[in-house]
Ligand binder design. Sequence first.
Ligand SMILES: Cc1ncc(COP(=O)(O)O)c(C=O)c1O
Length: 399
Amino acid sequence: MGSRSVTEDEFAMAEACLDQFAGDMIVRKSRDLGYPTNQKSKLISFYKWLSGSGINLAMVNNAGDPFNIHGSHPNSLVFEREVIEYFGPLYGFDLNDLWGIVTFSGTDGNNHGIYFGEKYLESKTQMKPIVYVSDSAHYSTRRLADLQNLDLRLIPSDVHGCMIPEELEKALEPEKPALVVFAMGTTFKGGVDDQDRLNAVLDKYPSMAVYRHIDAALFGGYIPHSEFRDVLDRNIHPFDSIAISGHKYFGMDEPAGVFLTTMEIKNNQNPFSVSYLNGSMPMINCSRSALSPLKLWWIIKHTSEESFAEQTKTMLETAKWLKSEFDRLGVPAWLEPMSNTVYFKRPGQEICEKYDLAPDYDERLGGGLSHIVVMQHVSRDHLAPFLEEFRMSTNSAIE
Ligand SMILES: Cc1ncc(COP(=O)(O)O)c(C=O)c1O
């Protein structure tokens, strides 16, 4: 078959098609209230650098271990390690006992948490653990336990979205190791599992081997910069690994995240020594993005601690203000402590569609619910038209 080159007209049509798509995304971005993404991307200067750097013309790949770099294939593993070493101390990890990677997403981080937890517990006890997680936690844990063929106990959560300690106790099988996933910021209600009360249950069985993984996809971004930082400090509440999304709080423009654990956990994995990468490869994926570590590195180098603290303060204050606005309108609404997510009685379909408000249902709170996740781009000005439309549509709200 002969080849022919793309004509100028075809090229222009393809570009017009992309322009239309971009325009649509910009409109959607301006209304994005219902999902936990920071739409204030800080990456303009990164792309300026990238386009002149030559890296944009190369295939750069982080196959390999950022804490054990070998070989000379093009990679950004040095930057990846710096990113992990930036995050480690924020959650109480000691830099001498820290291992981690930049992941593809929060789910990828949870996948590593469950995989590392399973391998660690198995290496210590020669038994497969049971996974315990609350029914308010993100569905990824259920999916991943299924994927990894692990027994899962879904523990009922209370009306605030937190795992109920008495229910954990009922479900525990203390003769088997426990791989507990704490949800630190549940997706819909922003509930934070109470580690003290849940640990008190686990502590009743001192001979039971326990691995604690924290899913802090969204809250893990801002909690270290808030008055609540102790809940994610592993020196205060011990945990073995943590997963955080990069595209939620940090303003990445594509899915990414970080997974952090200790060297002790990393050194008790299935080593899978890989000769061509010159070492043991504990992580699940071989090829990994070299660009997302660079973007995360750029973001943390361009954002001061004060700026993160200020962003966090504004988000949490705006969430409180939004809750008070719902109160003023007489609309049942809730805001959990530490949370930037206001959930409320679900309004009519039109407004839900326009603002892309995700649905949920809780009989205990009267049925249909929606939520607004107050991220950095969600200001009072941004919320004003929504609140006005909400007020007008209150009469048509689903009973
Ligand atoms: C609590 C929680 N964990 C995990 C995830 C999955 O993260 P990702 O979308 O980065 O895979 C989400 C996504 O919203 C989440 O809210």
